[in-house]
Structure formats: structure tokens, C-alpha cells
Design a protein around this ligand. Structure first.
Ligand code: SAM
Ligand code: SF4
Length: 360
């Protein structure tokens, strides 16, 4: 495709409502509306739930996790396996058809296989996002659960650099895990956060890998979170990624799904694909279908919002969950959790939200 033409080809419809327009009124449903779809005030249907299983992690990616990790919290802070199932069942009853397990690092939960086994009985498309370090020991359980899609985060194809970016020497283990997952028949996406001056010189290596192997690389624009030293000039924007790639490869567009966050492409004749999740420079809020459940059982309607409602507390108190879910949806903003001017945001204006707390 001619350089620049893809930009037009993937342009998303811009929502008429801005983050600060007055929102339509939204009445909470009664129990009789239980089968009503999960629509937000902008008519977006929500059928995808991302469940964080823990705030803890065995890596220390510099853009995500403080070097000292997160405080050890009492075990009743986190949803127990059966509570995750109970809350997931409510969402599925309201039309959720896709659930992705994430974190923190979901595989550090000792009861991960049990959680997987419980959720595998639901009528949903299950997925997992992991750093891959502990993945091989769970592949059999993942296969048995019917889960087919695994996203593995990997920001460098160089061992020394991986160590510098994550503060752990696990590059060899993660590469082996990806290979095993591909060989076992999983659809494997590789998430790489691009950071100016740290790994953008590896863009072509990642794309070459996606041409040689059936891996689906997703470059992610660096996003601002509490304390992650985010700066605009460290973002490697979508447009720049494509310019670099198109100079080196014959690139073809891959059909995106209606709610996909990545704009996907492939090298002509390649085994896999690559794409960009352009959260900062080409946001995909207009087609958002995602809700999030934090590891301590709070619903968040957007990664960029700091409002949450306590579903776990309600579950433990025997109170209804659905009104809280609908109330959360009613508060959803059109764009970026209502943050004004993301395009001129500075690090000290970043609201109190961390990826670890919310779940990536
Ligand atoms: N530990 C798992 C992993 O790394 O895949 C799951 C959780 S992690 C928070 C989910 C995804 O969020 C990862 O692909 C990670 O690279 C991405 N992520 C974390 N912080 C980010 C940031 N500041 N900007 C962009 N992506 C980020
Ligand atoms: Fe851990 Fe994933 Fe955050 Fe890296 S991105 S520190 S692997 S939770």
C-alpha cells in the first residue's frame, strides 16, 4: 500500500460527543432489564471484560511497576477464585462474550489453573495477557480450558535490553515460552511497548520476526500512569512506526475487527502480522467495548478513568451487582476517561491511576 494511504484506510469515525459534552440521562435498570445489553450513554455496547487477577508481578517493567513492587496485601483484598466466577457470571448474563485474564501478572496467582478451570465453563471467548515467564507450566491447563489466544509482553529481542527494561534476566525463558505456545497451537500476540531511545531501533527486527513466524506483534504507544515517568517525547507514534516499516518491507493491510484496538498489517507473504495500538495518537475510544474488573473486585469503565465501584464488596454483602455495573457504564466518558487534552498532558498532571491497580 502506498505510504500514508493506510492512515486514511484506518481512520476511525470520530464520536460526535466530546468528553465534556453533557451526557444523555441514563436510568439504572431494574431486574426486569437483565437481558438488556450493556450500553453506555454513547450507545457503545460492552461485551468484553478484562479481569485483573492480581496487582503483583515477577517483572519490573520501567513503565509499569515500581522497583519495590506493590505492597503485600491481606489475601481477602483479592477476589477469590469462586468470587471471580460469581462476578464473571453476572457479566456473562448481561451479554459479555469475551473475557481476558490479566494483571499485574496473572500467572503469579497460585490458584491460576483453578480460576481458569472455573471460567472455562462460561460461554465466553477466554484470553490471557501474560509476561510469559511462568507460561510453559500452564500451557496444558490453558489448552484444556479451551482458551486459544495468549498475549505475551516482550519489549526487546535482546537479552541485555530485556534485563534493563524489566530488571529481570528472563529473556530466554520468555522467548522459549512464546515458541512453546506457538507450537502448541495457540494464537500468540506479542505486545511490545515502544520507548523512544530504548527499543525503537528494534521495530524492524520485530516485524521481520512476524514475517518469519506465526506471531502477531503489537507495538503499543507508551501511556501515562501514576509514577511511570511518562513523557510525550518518549512515545514512538503510530505514523512513525509505519514510515519505518514501509521503507523496509512490502506491507499489506490486515482486516481489523470492529472493536480491535490495534491497526493490523502484515509483511506480504509473512507468517504472522504486526500492528500498532495507538492509544495516544489515534485513540480507539469510539469503538470501545471494554469493561475492567480490578483484582480487588472494583469495576472500572475505562483505563483512563479513576472512578470505580465495588462489586466484590456488594457480592460479599449479598447485594445486587447489576445496578453497580450499569451505574459504572452510565458514567463512562466519550474519550480517555474524560481526561481533558491528553494531547498536551504533562507527567505531573497524570491522575491517580496505575496500570498495575487497574489491570492492563
Ligand atoms: N503482566 C502481563 C503482561 O505484561 O502482559 C499483564 C499485565 S500488563 C499491565 C498488560 C499490558 O499493558 C502489557 O502488554 C504491558 O506492556 C502494557 N503496559 C503496561 N504499562 C504500560 C504503559 N505505561 N504504556 C503502554 N502499555 C503498557
Ligand atoms: Fe509486570 Fe506486565 Fe507490568 Fe511488566 S507490564 S511490570 S510484566 S504487569
Amino acid at each position: 500500500m502506498a505510504q500514508g494511504a493506510w492512515l486514511q484506510a484506518i481512520a476511525l469515525p470520530v464520536m460526535a460527543a466530546s468528553a465534556h459534552s453533557s451526557k444523555p440521562s441514563y436510568a439504572l435498570s431494574s431486574a426486569s432489564d437483565a437481558a438488556q445489553p450493556l450500553l453506555d450513554p454513547f450507545g457503545r455496547r460492552h461485551d468484553y471484560l478484562r479481569i485483573s487477577l492480581t496487582e503483583r508481578c515477577n517483572l519490573r517493567c520501567r513503565y509499569c511497576m515500581p522497583l519495590d513492587g506493590v505492597p503485600l496485601l491481606p489475601s481477602d483484598h483479592y477476589m477469590r477464585a469462586e468470587e471471580i466466577l460469581a462476578l464473571a457470571e453476572v457479566f456473562v448474563g448481561l451479554g459479555v462474550r469475551k473475557i481476558r485474564l490479566t494483571g499485574g501478572e496473572p500467572l503469579v496467582r497460585k490458584d491460576f489453573d483453578q480460576i481458569l478451570n472455573l471460567l472455562s465453563g462460561l460461554e465466553v471467548d477466554l484470553g490471557l495477557t501474560t509476561n510469559g515467564v511462568l507460561l510453559p507450566r500452564h500451557l496444558d491447563a490453558l489448552k484444556a480450558s479451551g482458551l486459544r489466544s495468549i498475549n505475551v509482553s516482550l519489549d526487546s529481542l535482546q537479552r541485555e535490553r530485556f534485563l534493563a527494561l524489566t530488571h529481570r534476566d528472563d529473556y530466554v525463558a520468555v522467548r522459549a515460552a512464546i515458541e512453546q505456545a506457538v507450537d502448541a497451537g495457540f494464537r500468540v500476540k506479542v505486545n511490545a511497548v515502544l520507548l523512544r531511545g530504548r527499543n525503537e531501533d528494534e521495530i524492524l527486527d520485530f516485524v521481520q520476526w512476524s514475517a518469519d513466524q506465526p506471531v502477531h506483534v503489537r507495538f503499543i504507544e507508551f501511556m501515562p500512569f501514576d509514577g511511570n515517568r511518562w513523557r510525550w517525547d518518549e512515545i514512538v507514534p503510530f505514523a512513525e512506526v509505519m514510515q519505518r516499516v514501509e521503507k523496509a518491507f512490502a506491507v499489506e493491510k490486515v482486516q481489523d475487527g470492529p472493536n480491535d484496538t490495534a491497526r493490523a498489517f502484515c509483511v506480504a507473504g509473512g507468517a504472522g502480522s504486526f500492528g500498532v495500538i495507538a492509544s495516544m495518537t489515534q485513540p480507539f475510544c469510539a469503538t470501545c467495548n471494554r469493561l475492567r474488573l480490578t483484582a480487588d473486585g472494583k469495576i472500572r469503565n475505562c483505563l483512563f478513568s479513576d472512578a470505580e465501584m465495588d462489586l466484590l464488596g456488594a457480592l460479599r454483602a449479598g447485594e445486587p451487582i447489576e445496578p453497580l455495573i450499569r451505574a459504572s457504564l452510565a458514567e463512562k466518558h466519550a474519550k480517555h476517561g474524560g481526561i481533558d487534552g491528553l494531547d498536551h498532558l504533562s507527567a505531573d498532571a497524570i491522575p491517580h491511576r496505575s496500570m498495575i491497580r487497574i489491570g492492563g
